[in-house]
Design a protein around this ligand. Structure first.
Ligand code: EPZ
Length: 419
């Protein structure tokens, strides 16, 4: 199994380029394969383990998905299968996004129940509630969810959950509603950049979705969607991770393709801590002209501070003087990285869903283990500022969401190799 070996203490300098958004590319590819009648060409798709897994899921369903040089060619086929087996769904939770599109297109879908994962319990009740509102009959048996409907019928629904809006439920229901009969209104829809990108893609296929980027989506169902050519947005979380990489190494890095509108909350918190951000047309230069100061962060649905940047900001604050707090309100158990950071010399306590971080002067390199994607990312960040050697194991978690992380970071001066 691959490991990343990092020798800390190098200041990052230069330009690092952000790839396409994983969390946009996955549902977009699903929509292209299941909902559209014609072929689609999707550009700026990141070369990631999750994209490979998704291509496997789509091919199992009967579509063709070919990936080359950041472009995904998708050909839907007429006689599609309606079952996504456990073996594939367990590798990637986003596979559950096929439920809505399959029932909209084929009248039936059978998808393995995804279960929890290392960032905590991850229910899908809101996905099922939304599809039931559209008239799907849902049954759960033998670890599988079956959804059936002769034709989905547009409806009004509120998808607010206990932890706010749901990205996945919004995506699932929006895709299904695009082909339903009549109008659907989704209140408390998620507004993350990748949801906006999915809605824009569906509209490019011929869907009629209004209110894109607001909490109220109005979807007028159409009879048919065609194929299209589309370019996926840059990954906001990869962008944020590189911004923190520059800040934590006291570096001077230009993060190319960074989109300011997608990073408002992350930028605000970095500025509050004392990081300098100089935005240009095609990216942002990140420098740290003065000693950073402790801050308090709450994760929230977009436009709030993203849960997917929680681990990385904790990494930065672990070496920032003073006492910072980070409260996780979305995936409230998502703190597996904290014990690994503490093994590297950080001083972080967890109280309920809050991390209390007492900034230390230095971290020291250690063998550590990635427990999930973003938990892996923060160990790489910590390794770059730690004294001595850090060896990150279970790199496959990182490869799910970061394209060639070691090459990108080595190009701006990090001492990092893959073994
Ligand atoms: C998406 O997951 C992302 N994944 C996650 O990114 C991200 O952490 C999350 O949104 C929040 O931004 C993809 O886009 C593929 P949710 P998703 O439904 O859709 C609760 C990463 O690191 N909830 O918005 O599964 C849920 O438990 C990954 O790239 C329900 O209660 O997240 C959570 O507390 C990890 N019932 C909150 O809502 C439901 O039916 C938000 O979850 C669905 C969710």
């Amino acid at each position: 199994m691959d490991r990343l070996v990092i020798n800390g203490g190098k200041r990052l300098e230069g330009t690092v380029s952000v790839s396409g958004s994983k969390n946009a590319a996955l549902p977009i590819a699903i929509a292209a394969a299941i909902l559209a009648d014609g072929a689609s060409v999707i550009h700026n798709v990141p070369n990631l383990r999750d994209v490979e897994t998704l291509c496997g899921v789509l091919e199992t369903l009967g579509a063709t998905a070919k990936y080359k040089n950041a472009t995904l060619h998708i050909k839907p086929i007429n006689r599609m299968a309606y079952e996504a087996p456990y073996d594939l769904v367990r590798k990637m939770r986003a596979s559950v996004y096929v439920l809505g599109p399959l029932v909209a297109r084929l009248g039936k879908a059978k998808v393995a129940f995804p279960g929890g994962c290392s960032i905590g319990p991850r229910p899908i009740d809101l996905h099922l509630k939304g599809l039931e509102c559209l008239g799907a009959r849902i049954t759960v048996e033998g670890g599988y969810i079956t959804a059936e409907a002769d034709r989905l019928i547009g409806a009004k629904m509120n998808l607010k959950g206990r932890y706010g809006p749901s990205v996945g439920a919004t995506a699932n229901v929006m895709m299904a509603a695009a082909l339903a009969e009549g109008a659907t209104t989704i209140r408390n829809a998620a507004r993350e950049p990748h949801i906006v990108d999915l809605a824009n893609f569906l509209n490019a296929l011929g869907a009629e979705i209004q209110g894109v980027g607001t909490p109220v989506l109005k979807i007028h169902g159409v009879k048919q969607l065609r194929g299209t050519e589309y370019t996926v947005i840059p990954d906001d979380i990869e962008t944020g991770t590189f911004m923190v990489a520059s800040a934590i190494t006291n570096g001077d890095v230009f993060v190319q393709n960074a989109l300011r509108d997608h990073l408002g909350a992350v930028s605000d918190k970095l500025l509050e801590a004392g990081v300098q951000l100089d935005w240009e047309e095609n990216g942002v230069r990140v420098t740290t002209p003065r000693q950073l100061a402790a801050i308090d962060v709450n994760t929230e649905a977009f436009p709030g501070f993203p849960t997917d940047m929680q681990a990385q900001i904790i990494g930065l604050l672990s070496v920032t003087p003073g006492i910072s707090t980070v409260t996780e309100t979305i995936h409230t158990d998502r703190f597996m990285h904290v014990s690994e950071l503490n093994r590297m010399g950080a001083n972080i306590d967890i109280e309920g869903n809050r991390a209390i971080i007492r900034g230390v002067d230095k971290l020291s390199g250690a063998p550590v283990m990635a427990s999930d994607l973003r938990a892996g990312a923060v160990l790489v960040l910590a390794g770059m500022v730690a004294k001595g050697e850090t060896v990150v194991a279970r790199v496959y978690h990182i490869d799910r969401g970061y394209e060639s992380i070691e090459t990108k970071l080595a190009n701006v001066g990090a001492d990092i190799v893959r073994l």
